[in-house]
Design a protein around this ligand. Structure first.
Ligand SMILES: *[C@@H]1O[C@H](CO)[C@@H](O)[C@H](O)[C@H]1NC(C)=O
Ligand SMILES: *[C@@H]1O[C@H](CO)[C@@H](O)[C@H](O)[C@H]1NC(C)=O
Ligand SMILES: [Fe+2]
Length: 466
């Protein structure tokens, strides 16, 4: 009897083993060397599995039926004891004769005998010259997960709102707009300016359970159709800092400690920090990359400078959910200065575009970063954090400020004017619509437009030409 049961169990497990560990949550980001013209064609591929495989890898090639080159993942990490395993591999800079700009690069993720479907991205080629075709970067912050129909608010709300959480909201309109842009080949890359998925609000949709990890996995699968094909940059926002749901706060040892200090954000994504001399190995706190003639810097507005909001604790300010200190002393600000100095000196760089989570709306952000922006010619600064749109009036020789935080999330309600109480900028365009932006980069100009996610109409348009 015992034999029969254990045999049946073994068969059941073998069956599960055949199908339960398929790579999921697959996403890519430029991964080549910034100092090399080939930067964009190197691609980091990150994926997850439910259990730990004995080996994981990526195979790739110029056709879906011939994925001839195989590379092992360089790391496999589980940061929560019940969480998924996160695997990172980097496809090295491609041979541009074999993969000219625009040609497909097919790849597949593997975990032991389980494999993803064959996926592909377009090769970026090897030149920073954008004379033939502008490069298009979708930019937005504060993008939630699904909508209030599928993830209703379950905490006791009075009226439409409870502590900044709203009953009616949608991140789907922006998903639909991005899917359209993907199909029209209207975007080459995406950049989410922090507050990626609002996973720390997951408790509001299931107050009595621990759902942070399940929701982060779900979000990454929800966006996979985009992120497995379109290189996606992410910047750290306050919502990346920790899990502060009741289960994380009351069960610090079981949950809270594993999810504090930006751990999920730093483990789940793989930005080119090492390639750009940015924040340390295994973190995505600050880094840069090039897209054609634009040098693009992902700033950290959350930690590592005097007055940073999460320098000692995470977003909720709970003393034992600690955060911060990704560099030593002024390491981060020194890097930002040196990175901008190098980009300014590089003749291939025509435009400097900086993005970070928080706008120049609170004194310490402006105080810390304005002198650096003034020292170098930062053409545009993109931020989110406020859940609506604002764009400053252009002034010759000065940085144009854009706040593009209206992608849609469970905290998006009426514009949060109080956030801008101390702001000295002169805003010329504002919108409270669900929206997403597209920056078109060419040798002649940076062309920005903000599009209404629901109907595709253009809300704002601006060219920066010098
Ligand atoms: C995924 O992307 C493909 C190709 O762009 C598209 O045809 C398909 O409709 C997308 N799936 C979803 C669920 O949007
Ligand atoms: C947060 O993580 C960084 C990088 O691993 C580490 O250097 C720092 O000490 C951590 N901070 C805290 C408060 O644990
Ligand atoms: Fe935020």
């Amino acid at each position: 009897m015992t034999r029969v049961v254990s045999c049946a169990l073994a068969l059941a497990l073998a069956h599960v083993g055949l199908s339960a560990n398929v790579p999921e949550q697959i996403h890519i980001m430029y991964g080549g060397d910034v100092s090399n013209d080939n930067m964009l064609s190197g691609m980091s591929v990150t994926f997850s599995t439910k259990s730990k495989p004995s080996a994981s890898s990526i195979s790739y090639g110029a056709s879906a039926s011939d994925l001839a080159t195989s590379i092992p993942t360089r790391s496999t990490t589980q940061y929560h004891p019940d969480g998924t395993y996160h695997h990172e591999a980097v496809i090295p800079s491609l041979d541009c004769a074999a993969y000219p700009a625009g040609s497909p690069v097919f790849y597949q993720a593997h975990a032991d005998s389980d494999s993803s479907a064959p996926l592909s991205f377009a090769s970026s080629g090897c030149s920073r010259d954008a004379a033939d075709k502008p490069l298009n970067l979708a930019i937005f912050g504060d993008w939630g997960y699904m909508d209030s129909d599928r993830r209703p608010m379950k905490i006791p709300a009075t009226g439409d709102e409870f502590k900044g959480l709203f009953k009616e909201w949608s991140a789907q309109h922006t998903m639909d707009r991005l899917q359209t842009w993907k199909q029209e080949k209207a975007m080459d890359a995406m950049w989410i300016l922090g507050d990626v998925g609002y996973i720390d609000d997951s408790y509001a949709h299931a107050p009595l359970s621990f759902t942070y990890e399940k929701d982060f996995d779900g979000f990454m699968n929800w966006i996979q159709n985009l992120t497995s094909a379109i290189p996606t940059a992410v910047s750290p926002g306050n919502h990346e800092s920790e899990c502060h749901s009741p289960s994380c706060v009351t069960q610090y040892l079981k949950h809270g400690r594993h999810l504090s200090n930006f751990t999920a954000f730093n483990t789940r994504f793989n930005m080119p920090s090492a390639q750009s001399g940015g924040s340390r190995e295994g973190t995505n706190m600050w880094y840069s990359f090039n897209m054609g003639p634009a040098h693009i810097v992902s700033m950290n507005t959350e930690t590592d400078f005097s007055g940073a909001e999460e320098e000692t604790t995470g977003d909720a300010g709970i003393p034992y959910l600690k955060a911060g200190g990704f560099g030593v002393g002024t390491e981060y600000l020194d890097w930002l200065d040196a990175d901008l100095a190098a980009a300014t000196a590089d003749p291939a760089t025509k435009w400097i575009v900086v993005g970070g989570h928080r706008p120049f709306a609170s004194a310490h952000i402006e105080e810390t970063f304005k002198p650096i922006f003034d020292k170098y010619r930062v053409h545009m600064y993109f931020a989110g954090h406020a859940h609506s749109y604002k764009r400053s009036a252009p002034v010759a020789g000065e940085t144009v400020h854009v706040v593009a935080g209206g992608a849609g999330c469970d905290e998006m309600g009426p514009p949060q004017e109080e956030l801008f109480a101390q702001c000295t900028l002169d805003w010329s365009v504002e919108s409270d619509k669900y929206s997403v932006g597209l920056l078109s980069i060419s040798d002649e100009k940076l062309s920005w437009k903000l599009v209404n996610s629901e109907d595709g109409s253009v809300i704002d348009q601006l060219d920066v030409t010098e």
